[in-house]
Design a protein around this ligand. Sequence first.
Ligand code: IVH
Length: 667
Amino acid sequence: MDQIRQQIEALRQQLHTHNHNYYVLSQPVISDREFDQMMAELIRLERQYPEYADPNSPSVRVGSDINKSFTQVTHRYPMLSLQNTYSEGEVADFFNRVKRSLNEDFVIVCELKYDGTSISLIYEEGRLSRAVTRGDGQKGDDVTANVRTIRNVPLLLRGEQIPSYLEVRGEILLPWSSFDELNRERAAQEEPLFANPRNAASGTLKLQDSRVVASRRLESFVYYLLGESLPADSHYENMCLAREWGLNVSAAMRRCNTLEEVFDYLRYWDRERRNLPVTTDGVVLKVDSLSQQRNLGYTSKFPRWAIAFKFNPERALTRLDSVSWQVGRTGAVTPVANLEPVLLSGTTVRRASLYNEDAIEALDLHVGDMVYVEKGGEIIPKITGVDREARFLLGDKVTFTRSCPDCATPLVRNEDEAVHYCPNSEGCPPQIKGRIEHFVTRKAMDITIGPESITLLYDKGLIHDAADLYTLRFEDLAALERWGETSARNLLESIEQSKAVPYERVLHALGIRYVGETVARRLAHAFPQIDLLLEASEEELTAVEEIGSRIAQSVTAYFANPGHQVFVNRLRNAGLQFTLNEEMLAGRTEKLKGLTIVISGTFSLHSRDEYKAMILQHGGKNSGSVSKKSDFILAGENMGPAKLEKAEKLGVKIMDEKAFLAMIAEE
Ligand code: IVH
């Protein structure tokens, strides 16, 4: 046993070192693949020997979905914000104020102002012990489990002069590339898009499932240290040390002795920020000396020793040529402004989002108007105003279309929703093609066919829905214009391979509204066979973690449609997977047969979902609430007091996770 522990410890040490080599020294000494293999080995051992668990194991980067609502934590040092300035004049005022108050030499450190969500990282004896959001500045949310998944937040600091208690303040960001990818996925899913990387970062940090957090590639930048025994009196020197300890400190930090040097920095980064992989919205100026910072002190709201200089949002004026309407696979109709091409933040903008009817009304838009477009951190530029002076020829007023641009069906708008839908889901071509496009995506069935080919097959009458893919014939494909035998064979092969795609991805591929990748996974585990899902009531569905009534209604409505039942059956006959994978099924027993089990509290050995899956796997039934029918409660920590009371009153047994695991492990 001790040997195992040593092996686990050794792997952890090695992985920490490789992380340090990679993220701090930028000098990896092993390949990513070797790293992944070591990590996989560590995860395997940790699963097998949960008694050696360590919250700072490098394996936490992978995340876990143990579900906890966040607890509130009071900041030892409040998290303040900065006074904003918008001109060089105001920056000069700050500089001169500092000069007058101190009446001695001083240095100003200029840094980029990263536009994400702020975080306080607490290190005790060099180990990350807690990560807390800003909250209201006095109290924030404990998001430690999520922050541990961020690759460039070191779990252990290493190096010299590390204070035994250290608070590190910084920003959590989502780089543009990850943001774009995330929104592309959400668009394909017809989920609401994140407006900008900042919202995406703060939204991600508040997710309950840290595995999803881990998949989103957040990054950290640290910009300030707090503690009783910081190594140097200089902010700049402390930051340089922090970098050596493994924290991600920006390389764009600069010490300035004169106002001119500060201006140089502002002007340089106002241009260069366009080439950065992350969003910045200004520059922060700080007095370097910590004792001078103390002398300057604070106003009621801000430090007197620092200010923020905000960059102007980039804006351009151009002409609105026309408005077009896009129909998505669920029938949602969105307006798009077609613009005379204009250069903005280094890219040519041709289109801008118009969101919805209310947004169009508010702008009182007319075709031919000169409009302002901004790219204030948003992926899709938006129209923020109209130059009415320039409106000499009045074009048609832009009004929201009343009928589908593709099939002319009158649109419907659900009450308290801003979105218009085309209800003709079975006959509207972009919806049909959109559903097939969704069906074949990488995260669904992963069939190699592009949108143009789907349109071609659809127009030729070879496919009317995704199930038709499985009856395509080689001769028909090979005879298509510009196709030939190779393309035909490749497509058929890819379709054939898709039959092995696991059940949870097949569920995702069906394209049920609101059933994205994560929801599909949850449903597949809760209902390990499609017939169970087909028959599930709204109530049974909402009993599943993170399935609310909106999703539940969408699922029951989908399967209530006879057309969808036929569709699912055709896919089933084609040989697609509609049962949870064999590994899970092979381990099926009837040990819990006839037992109704309630899960409550938070667990440390497995996640709640895993326990739910185990109950199903062993023939038991999982229920959301305690009643006379409950046989026992599988209870973790912090079980709700109401449940506890009810259980005691009804005499329902309570079992902890160890006892439960022993029960199902019994021969
Ligand atoms: S220093 C008391 N430095 O901007 C000093 N803040 O309006 C506190 N921020 O809440 C902040 N980059 O979230 C500082 N280099 C930087 C920063 C930075 C971004 C954010 C931070 C803070 C807000 C201040």
